[in-house]
Design a binder for this molecule. Structure first.
Ligand SMILES: C[S@@+](CC[C@H](N)C(=O)[O-])C[C@H]1O[C@@H](n2cnc3c(N)ncnc32)[C@H](O)[C@@H]1O
Length: 360
């Protein structure tokens, strides 16, 4: 039997399956170019190992995976997943190009494949660190250790691991370390107990949270953002997540998630770009704070600029992949997702100015 807090964490961990299934669907519909061939490798690890995670049996794991991956995603979900992945990729790539040596810390990296795509393109001068709950990390670790291509990308030399029972899964260490990649099983609410040996204090660092901090309380958000204060001298943050806008649509989103047992704690506390701006600037003490929403990124707000995130040619390409008649609906949904950036006062990332922001 799971305790109430274990049950809650299991639901939060499962949001990674949602993110993965959205990426899977988006990839299958040819939004990503080039196609992301790493997604299927992580799915295979989930298929082999979810049954060993706390709270699952072989039957319930199979049922969960079938219901998540067999479900057809709506075109607007595919488009949103593409946009979310693309804009974060753009910032990450600018960051890598600007600084000679970089560190990327992904909070709640889950089954995100960005680290593999980054290492495919840039083999040197990057350290990529990912945190997630231990069980999610084990699934990614097993995907890597059982795949020669993934192992080579991150510079891993460990032997392939066969896990066939719950006990073996429990015993598996929830960490994987190479010279350039660190995958760490860790509850972000316990950051004060983190072993910091793997973190470079002086290296320019981009801290990413892609739909992660929204599952934590405002106090936990503040603690996690502030934790790096004396640990990283040159850091900036990039956060992507939903916001309520305090409107009827936001209310429906809250209701739908609440029916699944998910509480988005910052949804109402920071309902819009203005309140998020003040959270970054006044509460966390960041500089050069910039924010926008996905609707503006995708060109649905109507205001044109020479700093567009995505070229008209590329937007036309993705808009042709699946026709969406309800433009108002897509605009409304995308208005509820924000991208927020902020950096330290003594650190500046020029590349962030290349793109259009609604508030800066
Ligand atoms: C919606 S998924 C997003 C995963 C990934 N960032 C992406 O965009 O594909 C949220 C992730 O945050 C992780 N997460 C949430 N709360 C966490 C915590 N307290 N400690 C570690 N990971 C956490 C979940 O396990 C899950 O993998």
């Amino acid at each position: 039997m799971l305790s109430p807090s274990e049950k809650r964490d299991k639901i939060i961990r499962a949001t990674d399956l949602d993110a993965l299934s959205c990426r899977y669907s988006t990839n299958n519909k040819s939004y990503f170019q080039p196609a992301d061939n790493y997604i299927n490798k992580i799915i295979a690890s989930y298929q082999n190992h979810l049954q060993f995670c706390k709270g699952y049996s072989q039957l319930s794991a199979g049922r969960t995976l079938r219901s998540v991956f067999n479900e057809q995603k709506l075109p607007l979900i595919n488009r949103g997943t593409y946009l979310r992945t693309k804009v974060i990729d753009l910032v990450v790539e600018e960051f890598i190009k600007e600084f000679k040596q970089v560190q990327i810390i992904s909070l709640g990296g889950g089954s995100d494949t960005r680290c593999f795509r980054v290492f495919e393109k840039y083999q040197e001068n990057i350290k990529y660190i990912e945190f997630d709950f231990p069980e999610s990390v084990k699934i990614k670790k097993l995907a890597i250790e059982n795949d020669e291509e993934l192992k080579k990308l991150i510079g891993d030399t460990a032997e392939a691991k066969e896990i066939g029972t719950k006990e073996e899964f429990v015993q598996l260490e929830s960490e994987l370390h190479t010279a350039k990649y660190h995958l760490i099983g860790f509850d972000l609410r316990e950051l004060d107990q983190l072993n910091e040996d793997y973190i470079d204090k002086d290296t320019p660092t981009l801290i990413l949270s892609e739909c992660v901090l929204c599952y934590l309380t405002p106090k936990e958000n503040e603690d996690i953002m502030s934790y790096w204060k004396n640990k990283l001298d040159k850091r900036c943050y990039l956060i992507y997540e939903p916001m309520s806008l305090n409107d009827a649509f936001g209310e429906t989103m809250t209701q739908n998630l609440s029916n699944r047992g998910i509480d988005l704690h910052t949804f109402h506390k920071y309902p819009n770009l203005t309140t998020r701006h003040s959270f970054f600037r006044d509460t966390i003490g960041l500089n050069n704070v910039k924010l926008t929403d996905t609707s503006d990124i995708a060109g649905y707000s109507g205001s044109l600029s020479n700093k567009e995130w995505i070229s008209t040619t590329e937007l036309n390409r993705i808009n042709r992949l699946e026709l969406i008649d309800e433009l108002e609906e897509i605009r409304l949904l995308f208005k509820h997702y924000c991208l927020c950036y902020g950096e330290l006062h003594n650190f500046h990332f020029n590349g962030i100015n290349k793109y259009k922001w609604m508030i800066e």
